[in-house]
Design a protein around this ligand. Structure first.
Ligand code: DWN
Ligand code: SAH
Length: 490
């Protein structure tokens, strides 16, 4: 859907808002100065609300899903991508209840050069809840070719913690599910972070990875990989060429594929009678409990729960036979799925369904509360950042994550607030972050002269990062996190 306001009007409104925020804060500082010494003034959520920063709730987005307030950032550009607006559930076709809209967002992994600012596309980012099958999903979809291609910016092996996690996942699959002459398929295999453990053990395997650059890294590591989008047609070809699979794996990829029925039909066809699908994705229960709204971005078409997946798999005569919570990506769930009746179902599955009922994942009010919490989180984060800036502190960010694209563009975090984002991925370095256009610098920039504060966009890797950045804390530096709540930490 196209944003229908001329760029001059939109740009002026956003600039006015920023000026308003700064002027409000300057006035508060002046009032404090006149009143004598006291604690530094806080910019409050009310100040920001007065400046017009807001999320659209269902009362607005329900009537007109595609209209939204622009994010409070002075984008120097104006280009619109065309997305597919969904009015009905991608799983069961019932009407979707929209519950949050973040406004126009760029491609989450669309790191870009200055020359590309003028043609940067923006799409509506909003989510809805299906009251019938309980699936939470995006209400507008960006064409997969625009996100997953030969310049994809996310390389899985940038985290040592994730490498260890996938080594252990591979070990568990090998121990539990491989029969004689095993064959393993993984979709979204990226740079081979998990599949390498099957390749190295001489196990027949196939990676399906549409982003050609990351797939090439896997191939160079000796991992058989094809660069295609997985669907039922590809499943037919794979079955004809290689036979059926003992294990079909997917980490942080099932939730990326809007044509999920086609994927699951492909899985059904590909699995041997005792074959299993083992996949994991960020878990809706954790997103709701922690308020981790930054998991919502263009690549994540779905936010899964056991309850919603039950509906999907039942249609394909598959069933969830086991679930296990994971600490990765801020809270994930690993699901093991098999042909109906092929394996016993562990008690963990029923226990998780009960937890989901208690969490209110099937109730629309839960999502309305989530929206309010997201707004508060944004206001608190901006109040803290504006205060630090006014106090003359140097603030940088750590980890140019996909998630940070939602945070920067929704909250209005601009390069005058955050000097740069440190990131170890070479394809992101010396480019600018999507939409907000914050420079992305190599880690050397961070280590050369530590900032006073580092906004931890890669908060999901906090343990790994904090363990290796002790010198930053020793220099007096502090981390800023915003999940589950906004706070500065040593
Ligand atoms: O689902 C997805 C997950 C698996 O990965 C994809 N849709 C895209 C991506 O999401 P993300 O970008 O939010 O993922 P991460 O793993 O949180 O990204 C971490 C970023 O931080 C990477 O760009 C690497 C960087 N990094 C760093 O600079 N220093 C990471 C670590 C651990 C570090 O020490
Ligand atoms: N499994 C890795 C990568 C996750 S990022 C990890 O957990 O770190 C999501 C990956 O899924 C990207 O590499 C993207 O190119 C891939 N992908 C997206 N759509 C896909 C599809 N239809 N079939 C297979 N892979 C897909």
């Amino acid at each position: 859907m196209e944003w229908n306001k001329p760029p001059e009007i939109r740009g002026r409104r956003e600039t006015e808002r920023q000026q308003f925020v700064r002027a409000t804060y300057a006035q508060k500082v002046e009032e404090k100065r006149e009143a004598g010494d006291g604690p530094a003034p806080q910019l409050t959520a009310d100040d920001l609300r007065a400046a017009g920063s807001r999320t659209i709730g269902p009362e607005v987005s329900g009537k007109c899903v595609t209209f939204c307030e622009p994010s409070p950032i002075s984008w120097p550009i104006f280009s619109c991508g065309v997305a597919t607006a969904m009015k009905s559930c991608l799983i069961c076709k019932s009407a979707i209840e929209p519950f949050i809209s973040f406004g126009r967002m760029p491609i989450a992994n669309g790191f870009l050069t200055k020359e590309q600012f003028a043609v940067e596309p923006f799409y509506e980012l909003a989510t809805g809840f299906c009251k019938t099958c309980k699936m939470v999903q995006l209400t507008e979809l960006v064409d997969p070719d625009k996100m997953f291609h030969e310049n994809y910016a996310f390389f899985s092996s940038t985290s040592a913690g994730m490498a260890a996690h996938f080594e252990s996942m591979a070990k568990s699959v090998k121990a539990k599910y491989l029969g004689p002459d095993p064959f393993v398929v993984e979709i979204g295999s990226n740079d081979g972070i998990m599949l390498r453990h099957f390749a190295d053990a001489g196990i027949r395997h196939l990676g399906v990875e549409p982003s050609a650059n990351v797939a090439e890294v896997a191939r160079r590591r000796g991992i058989t990989t094809i660069s295609e989008f997985f669907d039922v047609n590809l499943a037919k070809r794979i079955t004809a060429e290689h036979g059926q699979a003992d294990a079909f794996l997917g980490a942080n990829v099932m939730c990326h594929i809007p044509t999920l029925h086609s994927v699951v039909a492909g899985v059904k066809m590909l699995l041997k009678p005792r074959g299993v699908l083992v996949f994991e994705d960020p878990y809706l229960g954790d997103i709701i409990e922690k308020g981790s709204y930054d998991q919502i971005y263009d690549e994540h078409a779905f936010y899964f729960s056991v309850t919603s997946l039950d509906h999907l798999f039942a249609e394909h005569e598959l069933e969830i036979i086991d679930v296990a919570s994971q600490l990765t990506h801020g809270g994930s769930m690993r699901y093991t799925v098999a042909h109906r009746g092929a394996w016993p179902v562990t008690p963990a599955v029923a226990a998780q369904r009960i937890k989901e009922t208690n969490l209110g994942l099937s109730r629309a009010e839960t999502y309305e509360q989530f929206r309010r919490r997201v707004e508060t989180s944004r206001d608190e984060l901006m109040a803290l950042l504006c205060k630090l800036k006014a106090d003359g502190k140097r603030v940088a960010a750590y980890g140019a994550t996909s998630k940070s694209t939602t945070v920067t563009n929704y909250c209005g975090i601009t390069p005058d607030i955050i000097e740069y984002i440190s990131d170890t991925t070479s394809i992101k370095q010396n480019k600018f972050s999507p939409g907000a256009h914050i420079p992305v610098k190599p880690h050397a920039e961070f280590a050369k002269r530590y900032p006073d504060y580092a906004l931890l966009f890669a908060w999901n890797h906090a343990a790994e990062i904090k363990a290796k950045e002790t010198a930053f804390i020793e220099s007096g530096g502090r981390w800023i996190v915003y999940v589950p709540r906004v706070e500065a930490q040593s």
